[in-house]
Design a protein around this ligand. Structure first.
Ligand SMILES: [Fe+2]
Ligand SMILES: [Fe+2]
Length: 253
């Protein structure tokens, strides 16, 4: 049930509706897309009915074929142009590609740490495992961003990744604490970059991209920062040598 105010003119958008005979409009609105019963109530009309077709009973008929003529919704024909791309700004596309690069760089650095702790004269297998898993996780992040880029009709462009150091020993801190502090800095840097990607999405009125970054990255990033902060604190507590061996065992199991 809904009220229809005013005269037949106010219903002129309802082409395709068939109004009940007691209004005398059925010859004007002759299509049978809607079967409407109408009753005079007070100053206006109350028109009730069941929609046979897809028209909502709002008094305004959505005309998709007319809308298609106005909008920029034509399907591109050229094979080099994405069919799916819609309201995806160049700045957003570039920001996603930059974030792919950030994730790959961090993955590469963690991989270098894995190789260092796996050496026979370092032999901290728990840390080696932790950094190997972390490296794979960052690569997965890069791939998730690639998949997203393709979903939006952007183009994945891979930039160069920087060669990480191969030595992680530190005279005062020792290698485990030094590497873990480095990891914490990387995670905070990644978080900064993700927040920047999020603000690019906001600036370009792209709520779906902002939601993607929020739901798939930001929460996990905050959790990673907390976990690695805990590890840094624990490594500061245990000092070098025997304490590190215990910490390393904890990471193995
Ligand atoms: Fe990441
Ligand atoms: Fe991470």
């Amino acid at each position: 049930m809904f009220p229809v105010m005013g005269s037949a003119a106010s219903l002129s958008t309802m082409r395709g509706a068939s109004i009940g005979p007691n209004l005398g409009w059925s010859s004007v609105y002759s299509s049978s897309a809607l079967n409407l019963e109408s009753k005079r109530r007070g100053v206006g009309f109350v028109v009730s009915g069941k929609a046979n077709g897809n028209y909502p009973l709002t008094g305004v008929v959505f005309e998709p074929f007319e809308e298609l003529k106005k909008g920029d919704l034509t399907v591109p024909f050229a094979p080099q142009i994405s069919l799916a791309r819609q309201r995806y700004e160049d700045e957003c596309e570039a920001a996603i590609n930059e974030q792919i690069n950030v994730e790959y760089n961090v993955s590469y650095a963690y991989h270098a740490m894995y190789a260092y702790f796996d050496r026979d004269n370092v032999a901290l297998k728990g840390l080696a495992k932790f950094f190997k898993d972390s490296s794979e996780e960052e690569r997965e992040h890069a791939e998730k961003l690639m998949k997203y880029q393709n979903e939006r009709g952007g183009r994945v462009k891979l930039h160069s990744i920087v060669s990480p150091p191969s030595e992680f020993d530190h005279v005062e801190k020792g290698d485990a604490l030094y590497a873990m502090e480095l990891a914490l800095s990387f995670e905070k840097l990644t978080n900064e970059k993700l927040l920047n990607v999020h603000s690019v999405a906001d600036r370009n009125n792209d709520p779906q991209m902002a939601d993607f970054i929020e739901s798939e990255f930001l929460t996990e990033q905050v959790e990673a920062i907390k976990k690695i902060s805990d590890y840094v604190t624990q490594l500061r507590l245990v000092g070098k040598g025997h304490g590190v061996w215990h910490f390393d065992q904890m990471l193995l199991h």
